[in-house]
Design a protein around this ligand. Sequence first.
Ligand code: AMP
Length: 579
Amino acid sequence: MSFRFGISTLFMKREIDCPCLTPEAVLKASGHVDKFTDLMVKDEKKGTCYRADHLLKDFCNEKLEDQDRRISPEMAMELKQVLSKLDGLSAEELGACIKKYGIRAPETDNYLSDPFPFNLMFQTTIGPSGSSIGFFRPETAQGIFVNFMDIYYDNGCKLPFAVAQVGQAFRNEISPRQGLLRVREFTLAEIEHFVDPEDKSHVKFPTVDKLQLPMFPRDEQKPGQSARLISLGEAVHCKIVENETLGYFIGRVYLFLTRLGIDKNRIRFRQHLAKEMAHYAADCWDAEIETSYGWIECVGIADRSAYDLKAHSGKSRLEAHEQLSEPRQVEKLVISPVKKEIGPAFEKKQKNVLEALEAMDEEEISKMKAELDSKGEVDFFVCTLGEHVSIKSSMVTISKVKTREHQRKFTPSVIEPSFGIGRIIYCLFEHSFYTRPDKTGDEQLNVFRFNPLVAPFKCTVFPLIRNQRFEDVAKDISKSLTAAGISHKIDTTGTSIGKRYARTDELGVPFAITVDSTSSVTIRERDSKDQIRVSVKKAVSVVKELSEGLRTWEDVWWSPSQRWKRFWRSCFRFILSRN
Ligand code: AMP
C-alpha cells in the first residue's frame, strides 16, 4: 500500500533515510539506554517473562466478562478503575495489584516476581573489535535529530520545517502478540516538525480547527467515561491540547486515517496520563482505533519539546537562530574553562571535556555554578565520551558579562506524529472487510472495501468470454495500464464473469474492466456493483482518475455522458421488451 506516498504528500517537506544500527552514544544521550523500558514479571520457578500490565489487564477483563461467576458491583468498579489508569501505574503499584488479586503465571500458576524494568532495545556490537556497543533503533526519530543542523541549513535556516522518515524500528517486546499489532520489528513512519518554542502556532491550523473529533482528555479517563466530540479549535483554545501545532497534527492524522478508509466512528484521540508519557514527551495524544482486540494505539502525536535536540547537543549545539531587528544589550552567565587545571586532570580526554563545557547553555551553567558554590565539585556528563567526569571549582570560572546580541539563539521544539504502519494496516483490514450474499443467496462472499487510493490492485481486466479479439483488446488495455503506473491483474481464464468478480472483490480490487466488444468496455465498481460503459480508448484514463482520487465513482456515474448512456439503454430495453 502506498503509505509512503500518503505520508509524504499529506505532510512532509523532506524525507531522509538513516541507518537502523545506532551507536550507543546516540541512544545514551536520548535517554533510551536508561529509560526505554517496560515492566516485566517472571514466573518464579520457570523463569518465563510476562509484561506486568498485560497480565493485570487480562485479569481485570476476564473477571469483568465472566458471566458464570459474577463479581460484586464494588469489585467491578474497582477493576474498571484499575483498567482506566493501567498505562500510568508505577512498578510498585503494578506489583501491589498483582499481589492483591493473587495473579499467577498463566501457564504454570506459579508465583510471580515483583515487576522490574526491562530495556526494549536490541543490543549488538559494531565493528570487529566488539568493543563498540550499538543498538537497533527503537524509533526512526533519533537519526533526524542528530542530523538536525544539516537539515536546518538545507532549509535556509528557517523554522518551522518538517522532516519525515519511513523505516524499520526494533523493540524487544516482552510478549509479542495479536499478529501485526505487537511485533519486534515493524515499520514506523515519523514526522519531526521543528518549531520555535516561543511560537507554536501553525499557519494551516484554520484548515482543521472546525473538525469535531472524539477526544479523551487525561482528566476524563475515569470508569464509565468515554471520548466526547470537541472541536480542535476549542480544544486548543481551552488548552486541552497544548498548542496549535500539536492540534494541527491531530487534525491531519484524523484526515489521513479516514482518507485511508478507517471508520471515522471508531477513532478516538486519547491524551496520555501524566505517568504514562515517554521520557521525552511534554504532551502526547494517541490516535486509537477500535478493533476486535479493543482500542489500539496506532499513531502517537507528541510534543517532545526541546528534549531531543538538547540531549544531543554535545560537541556543537543543535540550535536555531533568529536575526533580531534591533540588537539588544544582555547580561549573560558565561563559563571559561581553566586549561592549566583541565589539561593535567583529564589528559587525553581534555579536548572532549573542553568542548562539552564550552557547549553549555546558560541554564546548565547556572545549575553548575549553584552546585560548585555549595559542594565545590560537580558530576558532569560528557556526551562524546559517554561518561561522567568530575569538575572542580578550580577548573572553571563562571561570571556575568554584558554583550550586545544581534541574534536570538534557541533550541527548537519538536512536534512528532509517529505512525505504526502495521497497526494501521491491520485496522484497515478489519474496517474494510464485509460479506454479502451471492446471487443465489446461499453463500456469503468476502469483500474488502479498500479505498482506491490504497488498494494494492486498482483494477482487473477481463475478456468477457474466450475470444481472441477480446483477449487482444484486454492485453492492449493491460499494457496501457502498466504504462500509466496502475497496478492491475489480467484474467484471461474462461471462468464465469461472476466468479472472476467475486475473486477480485475478495482482494479488494475496486474496479474491473470487462472487454465485451472491440470498441467499448464496461467498468464495474466493487461495492455498488454498478457498471458504466466507456470507449476502449478512455478506459485507462477513467480508471487512473478514479484510483488516484481525482474523481469519485459518483462523479463518473452521474456525469452527463453516463446518464445519457443509461437513458438510451433503458429506452432500448423497453422497446425490446415490447416487441
Ligand atoms: P511509540 O514510539 O511507542 O509511541 O510508538 C509509535 C507507534 O509505533 C505506535 O503508535 C504504534 O502504532 C507503533 N508500535 C509501537 N510498538 C509496536 C510494536 N511492538 N509492534 C507494532 N507497532 C508498534
